[in-house]
Design a protein around this ligand. Structure first.
Ligand SMILES: [Zn+2]
Ligand SMILES: [Zn+2]
Length: 135
């Protein structure tokens, strides 16, 4: 297994991680590899091509890609299970490889401490070393 990192080495953050800390949390680099989405709230009368029925919560659109993935969220799904708040219009979301999504700010903090999905315990570090696995 070879890993090459192109580009400049990122400067160390002001807070330094203890080298003695156990490999439980994810690093900033690990977290940044996860898909980032932008949430847009939509009105219930707005017509959608998606197949979500009933009250719509909004659409999450992938950031930083030429062909962004879009997920239509029902009203129930359009909330963060970490802080239990509904997603606001324009908020940034992070989707984990298991398909669960949370506020970017909430899940980033969580993953620094514990690199598993708060909902299903999916380990994001295991997934990245294995490459992409289709469900
Ligand atoms: Zn949250
Ligand atoms: Zn999950």
């Amino acid at each position: 297994m070879l890993m090459f990192f192109l580009g400049p080495i990122p400067s160390s953050p002001p807070f330094s991680c203890s080298p003695l800390s156990k490999q439980e949390g994810a690093t900033k680099e690990d977290i940044e590899q996860l898909s980032k989405f932008k949430f847009r709230r939509i009105a219930n009368n707005e017509k959608l091509a998606g197949d979500v029925q009933g009250p719509f919560g909004g659409i999450m659109t992938e950031c930083g890609t030429d062909s962004p993935i879009e997920h239509v969220l029902s009203d129930e799904d359009a909330e963060c299970c970490i802080c239990l708040c509904a997603y606001d219009d324009g908020v940034e979301l992070r989707e984990l490889p298991c398909g669960h999504h949370f506020h970017c700010t909430c899940v980033d903090k969580w993953l620094f401490i514990n690199a598993t999905c708060p909902l299903c315990k999916y380990n994001i570090l295991k997934s990245s070393s294995h490459g992409q696995e289709e469900a």
